[in-house]
Write a protein that binds this ligand. Structure first.
Ligand code: PBG
Length: 332
């Protein structure tokens, strides 16, 4: 209907916001189920799930039940998963020997998943913390996290995961030089098509607390500030990304996501590589907690948060909300 009593005004941005169809037409960024990577916690045993206390509605699965969960997620259009193990404390030691046991939980899980759903993109985490008696991402000597000794173990871990069938290995440890060492080792063993998704800019964040509950992997002493990045830095993120690109990373990751959208944006301006953002456990817990109190609209806050990551420049999003979002996208 024409509104003749209105003043002439040539530019009216509201014209393009009039209806949902119009808004959809001019929308710049949209979440797609294809963008999502579903992180999953696997544990030993059979027929069991355990809710992670600080991640309401999120579970660890024994391998048999994990396979059902993955089939369901794949059916909803989720094409990629990231696997993390809960390791019995008796199996942990300072050097993370269990991390490269070819019969360990993760290689067994990779083989089983790839047998049931060969098409799914399987990302396996490379780091020592789930296997470390010290709860650190590296080998500890005299209270120091050793770099090069740790890289040697990470390389073995990546090779075992590649042999089991991982599509992408994901070093999340923040040791110097690990991407290059892993790339060289993969190539030397003939795994030329196994890619590296590098946690390039990983901050020493308080948002990882619930994840450490899930894997019983909290540091036994100190913190991770001698290897993970300082929240006050952004140029350093670009330095880390440049190093990982030079060392052969296929995809780079920024983590956490919400408190680091400026970093995602800067890296987007800096590289043409695929960028992944990790919407971490504490971000999940915060939204769940507020929603359970009835203080925020959970679905809308999830979609708005993940959309901000795409707008900042992320191509892919690792998120504990992956399945919920896949459901929302399929029944809007
Ligand atoms: C450790 C690792 C962490 C996460 C992924 N890999 C925690 C840490 O660095 O202590 C955190 C993920 C999350 O909080 O969701 N290699």
């Amino acid at each position: 209907m024409s509104q003749t009593h209105q003043k002439p005004l040539s530019i009216r941005p509201r014209r393009l916001r009039r209806t949902e169809t119009m808004r959809r037409l001019v929308r710049e960024y949209t979440l797609r189920v294809e963008d999502l990577i579903y992180p999953l916690f696997v544990m030993e045993g059979e027929g069991q799930t355990q809710e992670v206390p600080s991640m309401p509605g999120y579970y660890r699965y024994t391998l048999d039940l994990l396979l059902d969960e993955i089939k369901e997620a794949y059916g909803l259009g989720i094409g990629a998963i990231a696997l993390f193990p809960l390791i019995y404390s008796e199996m942990k030691d300072n050097t993370g020997n269990e991390s490269y046991n070819p019969e360990g939980l993760i290689p067994r899980a990779i083989r089983a998943i790839k047998t049931v759903i060969p098409e799914i993109i399987l990302i396996s985490d490379v780091a020592l913390d789930p296997y470390s008696s010290e709860g650190h991402d590296g080998i500890v000597r005299d209270g120091i996290i050793l770099n090069d000794e740790t890289v040697a173990v990470l390389t073995k871990q990546a090779l075992v995961q590649a042999a089991a069938g991982a599509d992408l290995v994901a070093p999340s440890d923040m040791m110097d030089g690990r991407v290059g060492a892993i790339r060289q080792a993969l190539d030397a063993e003939g795994w030329i098509n196994v890619g590296i998704i590098a946690y390039s800019a990983k901050y020493a964040s308080a948002y990882y607390g619930p994840f450490r509950d899930a894997l019983d992997s909290a540091p036994k002493f100190g913190d991770k500030k001698t290897y993970q990045m300082d929240a006050g830095n952004s140029r350093e993120a670009i330095k880390e990304v440049d190093l990982d690109i030079a060392e052969g990373a296929d995809i780079i990751m920024i983590k956490p996501a919400l408190a680091y959208l400026d970093i995602i944006y800067q890296i987007r301006q800096h590289t043409n590589l695929t960028i992944a953002a990790y919407n971490v456990s504490g971000e999940y817990a915060a939204i769940k907690a507020a929603a359970r109190q009835g203080w925020i609209d959970e679905k809308r806050v999830i979609l708005e948060s993940l959309t901000s990551m795409k707008r900042a420049g992320a191509d892919l999003i690792l998120t504990y909300f992956a399945k919920e979002v896949a459901l929302m996208l399929s029944n809007p």
